[in-house]
Design a protein around this ligand. Sequence first.
Ligand SMILES: [Zn+2]
Ligand SMILES: [Zn+2]
Length: 418
Amino acid sequence: MVKRVRGTQDILPFNSKAWQEIERISRKIFSLYDYQEIRTPILEEPSLFNRSLGDTTEIIQKQMFRVLHERDQLVLRPEGTASVVRAYLENNLDRRYGVVKLYYFGPMFRAERPQKGRLRQFHHLGIEAIGSLSPLLDVEVISLSDRLLRELGISGYQIYINSLGCKDDKIELGRILRKNLKGRLSELCPDCQVRFGRNVFRILDCKKPRCQKVVANLNLGHDYLCSDCREHFQRVIDGLRAINITYQVSFSLVRGLDYYTRTVFEIKHNRLGAQDALGAGGRYDNLVGQLGGQDKGAIGFALGIERLLLVRDRTADSSSKQLVYIITLGEEADKEGVCLLHALRDNNVFADMDYSERSLKAQMRQANDLNARFCIIIGEDELKKSVVSLRDMASGKQEEVPERYLLNRLSSLGLTAN
Ligand SMILES: [Zn+2]
Ligand SMILES: [Zn+2]
């Protein structure tokens, strides 16, 4: 038997409802905040990510899935932001609107060593707001993530925020980190010793206790921020306070990707453990310029859908659909049943029937398994009298209904969908 690829998942019928619910609620909130959907291809040119994420990031060095076809070398996208910015530029969205607010859902691919909570194909939902440097936009994006999590029935999360500053400030932050870590290199894990030379920011993300201990002792502050960036951060904080968003400033929060500038944030959940965040985001004020456009202020975030599902308190609502299940006994009844099934569906009644010509008992069991609200039974007796037996599966009560009144009866029971 052929098995699925390691690090991928099948989303089965009993799970897909929860996925649909997450998408439905997200779409509602996104549209409430005036964001519109964008769908970009899964295949992209490798240079898109080399130029935006940074050559020294783990994603570029180890985790990209490369697709070779004849002379084409493509990659499966590892994240959404770079693709959205590419599409924004390529389709001239920058010329048509002021702040462009976009949202997306979709699979992302990273060749990680598969382990619990880490998939090689995982799913993000995210937003990007492109075209403004205002700290008020940061406040909107962070508050949107907070509102979305609450609407999804998730509690017990914590929003951490920090500022990386502008390009120059980031260089200064890197210098400060290298200066403070230089004398303590031997205390770091081997990976972090490599990171020291390549991408010192990533040491702050290391999950190894020994490295976290070193980081905790760094006494980081915001000394590296220029006055503009300092003011920007203050205005973000003030804005969040004004609308009562709970957050925590974390000086050691840096996002590993090169494109981040100024405000960065991360949403953690105690049930995921120290390893993982529910999602993260931040400003990327230089990315549009780097990808060939005019510099534009921009900010976004992405949440991992698999992780949202792990921490949701609410299970998917299964009561919304009221199935009517048709049980037929004998060939004549089959014919009658098929016509009735067709008529019910034409009238927007959720309906199904058993095609296996089994016994009454077996078909009733099937109806139970499917959580049917009512059964319609057609046997010889019913055919003779031109009626059907309508059985309430919850109470077990059964009534005979003349066929021509059936739709009226079902509608009076509230079974016709709109
Ligand atoms: Zn600055
Ligand atoms: Zn480390």
